[in-house]
Design a protein around this ligand. Sequence first.
Ligand SMILES: Nc1nc2c(ncn2[C@@H]2O[C@H](COP(=O)(O)OP(=O)(O)OP(=O)(O)O)[C@@H](O)[C@H]2O)c(=O)[nH]1
Ligand SMILES: *[C@@H]1O[C@H](CO)[C@@H](O)[C@H](O)[C@H]1NC(C)=O
Ligand SMILES: [Mg+2]
Length: 402
Amino acid sequence: MGKKDMAVKDHPKNVSSKKNFTIRLVGIAAVVMFTLMMLYQKKDRVTGYYSSYKGKSYMDSGDYIYPSRVQYPRNENDKEKAAFVTLVRDRDLYNLVDAIKHVEDRFNKNYNYDWVFLSETEFSQEFIDVTTALVTGKTKYGLIPEAEWTYPEWIDQKRCAEVREEMRKKEIIFGDMESYRFMCRYESGFFYRHETMDEYDWYWRVEPDIKLHCDINYDIFKFMRENNKKYGFTISIHEYEATIATLWNTTKKFMELYPEYLHENNMLDFISDDDGGSYNNCHFWSNFEIGALDFWRGEAYSKYFDFLDQAGGFFYERWGDAPVHSIAAALFLDRDEIHHFNDLGYFHNPFHSCPVDDVVRFENKCACDPNLDFTWKDFSCGVLFYTVNNLKKPDGWLEHVS
Ligand SMILES: Nc1nc2c(ncn2[C@@H]2O[C@H](COP(=O)(O)OP(=O)(O)OP(=O)(O)O)[C@@H](O)[C@H]2O)c(=O)[nH]1
Ligand SMILES: *[C@@H]1O[C@H](CO)[C@@H](O)[C@H](O)[C@H]1NC(C)=O
Ligand SMILES: [Mg+2]
């Protein structure tokens, strides 16, 4: 290769090396900028929802969570006297296992509360083994006394059978079922009196096939006690009128006899739109309940249940434990003792509760679609609950009303 060749070859090489240098510089700058952008974006993405709230959890700021005016427990050393309680048939074991796992994974694996299973028939060894394996707390299996799962002596069973036949023709949901009525009466008036429940002050009712959509990062029973709550719910809804035709008239008779049980700060405006003239059918959906057992065990509710039981509507109609519990809570409790859990995420067929607030949903790792949230929809009583109690609704709730 001659000198000339070299020179000729050198020339473009020099030019190209300057060009390369520029390209490399631009390249490096681009890579640096891109990396910075990605880092910034990633940071933004990871901390996005915190950044607006200065790194705080919604549980730190009393006025951020809806409804406000609650505090989240801090000292979690000692357990409350509390248990889950599930009324269930032995044969429904495998509809129940998923529900237990949800509750354990989302909450109880960190708190190890006991679980009580109740039934009118003996539980099988399989039921006991499977549930014992799933629950991190102690498990207890209670047999319901025969007298609490049958017709009281004053009930006319012929009339009951006629009512069931009528309701079957009218296709009223569960209207033709005898066992459903025993169940509703038991959940209304007996579960909290079962001897397996004696050692507890608090309960959380769990049914087969339910789901919890979110992590619960605080001791929910401690939350109830520290905030003076007696009754907590996730979903509220209107009852089918045909199942409770005379429940309100019967309740009014009770209130005339015992006006002293009406709490001065009651929530009548949640269950009646005409100052007690009629029932608006709003009730807390009782397949989920977290509550204080002493409320049901107390004088007001005990008398109320006996009065309803004497009237016979659990059998002559199809009174549900949900409207019965809800009316009692609304009348006999201080309205501030009733809490809407808007941060758990819950499913019982066919309705979902799913926090529409991104902060709550992300922080609690909720695995649910906020567009399916029932809370703010028409057939729910959620809007009414927030309105009558003057509670702040979550941002964006209006986008979820229909
Ligand atoms: N031991 C026992 N438990 C029952 C019986 N009927 C219902 N239950 C329980 O009572 C609760 C309510 O019954 P469900 O059948 O779930 O009634 P529901 O929630 O109104 O209706 P779906 O869940 O939609 O079927 C559940 O915890 C059931 O396991 C029964 O005959 N015996
Ligand atoms: C409730 O009571 C009122 C007044 O006593 C009566 O007019 C009405 O028909 C009753 N309602 C039902 C559903 O029985
Ligand atoms: Mg159910």
